[in-house]
Design a protein around this ligand. Structure first.
Ligand code: NDP
Length: 479
């Protein structure tokens, strides 16, 4: 059994309750570790430590903060293989994905904001008879709460800008995938991050997460997770007038026009549908295909999907690993049943995959392709967050835009066309925060990241993140 601990005031500590939760390895469907079942008492200690360390950390020069953060990034790089293995075991994702994407990105997050803060500047506005200058200063204790799908990647995406801007942090990773956050706490100790600057409290969302959100000494909350959880967090934090950044769910359209580069659209659509078992908030789960190429695209897509290998995460030849938990697997299967009830035809997958030997109890699902559904049905409107996509034909540009914009979500979209004019025209009419043309998941960390409608409030990334984690003050001086 691998037992992990909280990281509070620079030390690895037991939870106040003395109780632990089970941690599952989804690839085999068995418990392999224990997680602190922390509560409000642990959050209290963490906030106290973060408050005490704030004056010193926030008054350090940007360069001093940057130096220790770069050391953390270096240690993440040095521990790439160990962290990738831990992430893959905890989450069920293919090891090669954790090695190529999750862990390198965690290191990039630290490096990016550690250097970004050295270039962060504010404005001044000269007017008739006076000059205004604006300052952006650290706020205090930031609460950072992250989900299970990209555990260390999204955890560091919040922590790094918060720390770079001079705040101290109380963070909670998902209780379902806490391992790499724990390993990060060991690396922070090794890097010499001062005690109390970053505190990581493990445990359940409604207990630990809620206690962070409710705490009167945590004036800003950065949350990534489901829309329903985000709504609850906003209900608590709103009346307390906390600064709030919410990155929530998505139901992203992938629009294939007849004049696309067919092979590129096909290849990338398989990836944007099933990468990380479809458990990326940016996956394109609704594929709209112009009718003149519908049959051709559908047949080629289904053929490729049937060739994807679902296998053990450590197997380098696996394209898909396990989904994150038994309850999540059941949720995805229930949506496949719903799709059938709603009149959908399953063209590929549609069921659990049972592997041989030690992996026979793992949570594996076949990549699933469904056609014949109305764009307005529940399968096409609700976030499934698994390896399930629907195919829908369209005739007109206006029609596909209407269908694409019809969900309560507005996170991202992908457009495939070789027409420059059409690409720009449609991009400007999609109600979502992130749009890719002829590519998917190409990320520049300087760009604003976030969604419209029920996909969230605010933007992360680049200056947006540093602005969120600082308080703005304008000083007007009469000349
Ligand atoms: P959840 O909303 O269930 O959980 C997210 C985090 O919030 C977890 O750490 C969870 O803890 C915690 N939490 C749960 N309840 C509360 C509460 N009452 N107060 C405070 N914190 C709480 O999301 P999932 O982990 O299931 O992640 C999947 C979701 O995340 C999907 O909807 C996906 O679209 C979205 N997502 C959005 C992204 C974006 O950038 N927009 C990126 C990635 C994912 P615990 O797990 O311990 O219960």
């Amino acid at each position: 059994m691998e037992r992990i601990l909280n990281y509070i005031n620079g030390k690895l500590t037991e939870p106040a309750s003395g109780q632990y939760l089970e941690n599952f390895d989804p690839s085999v469907g068995q418990v392999y570790g224990e997680i602190p079942d922390s509560d409000q008492r642990d959050v209290e200690k963490a906030v106290e430590a973060a408050k005490e360390s704030f004056p010193e950390w926030s008054s350090k020069s940007n360069e001093e903060r940057s130096r220790v953060m770069i050391k953390i990034a270096d240690l993440i790089d040095e521990n790439l293989e160990r962290l990738a293995k831990a992430e893959s075991k905890d989450n069920g994702k293919p090891l090669k994905l954790a090695r190529a994407v999750d862990i390198p990105r965690a290191s990039s997050n630290f490096r990016f904001f550690a250097t970004g803060i050295l270039h962060f500047a504010s404005e001044s506005h000269l007017m008739d008879g006076a000059i205004n200058y604006t300052t952006r200063t650290p706020i205090g204790v930031a609460g950072c709460i992250s989900p299970w799908n990209l555990p260390l990647y999204l955890f560091t995406w919040k922590i790094a800008p918060a720390l770079a801007a001079g705040n101290t942090v109380v963070a909670k990773p998902s209780e379902i995938t806490p391992m790499t956050a724990f390993l990060l706490s060991e690396l922070c100790i090794e890097a010499g991050l001062p005690a109390g600057v970053l505190n990581i409290v493990h445990g359940l969302g409604p207990k630990v997460g809620q206690a962070i959100v409710e705490h009167q000494d945590v004036p800003l909350i950065s949350f990534t997770g489901g829309t329903a959880t985000g709504k609850g967090i906003a209900a608590t934090a709103g009346p307390m007038f906390k600064k709030l950044s919410l990155e929530l769910g998505g139901k992203n359209p992938n629009i294939i026009f007849a004049d696309c580069d067919f092979d590129k659209a096909l290849r990338t659509s398989v990836q944007s549908s099933f990468a990380n078992q479809g458990q990326i908030c940016l996956c394109g789960s609704r594929i709209f295909i112009e009718r003149s190429i519908y049959d051709k695209f559908r047949d080629a897509f289904v053929e490729r999907v049937k060739n994807l290998k679902v296998g053990a995460p450590m197997d380098e030849t696996s394209n898909l690993g396990a989904v994150v938990s038994s309850s999540h697997m059941e949720k995805v299967l229930s949506y496949i049943e719903l799709a059938k009830e709603e009149g959908g035809t399953i063209l590929a997958g549609g069921e659990r995959v049972v592997l041989d030997g030690e992996f026979s109890n793992g949570y594996y699902l076949a990549p699933t392709v469904i056609e014949g559904l109305d764009y307005n049905c529940r399968t096409n409107q609700e976030e499934i967050f698994g390896p399930v996509v629907t195919l829908t034909p369209f005739d007109e540009e206006a029609e596909v835009l209407q269908m694409a914009n019809s969900t309560p979500y507005g996170l991202s979209a992908t457009i495939w066309t070789e027409s420059l004019t059409k690409a720009h025209r449609t991009a400007h009419q999609l109600k979502c925060g992130i749009i890719w043309v002829n590519c998917w998941l190409v990320r520049d960390l300087r760009t604003p990241f976030g969604g419209m409608k029920q996909s969230g409030v605010g933007r992360e990334g680049g200056w947006e993140a540093l602005k969120f984690f600082t308080e703005t003050r304008n000083v007007c001086v009469k000349l």
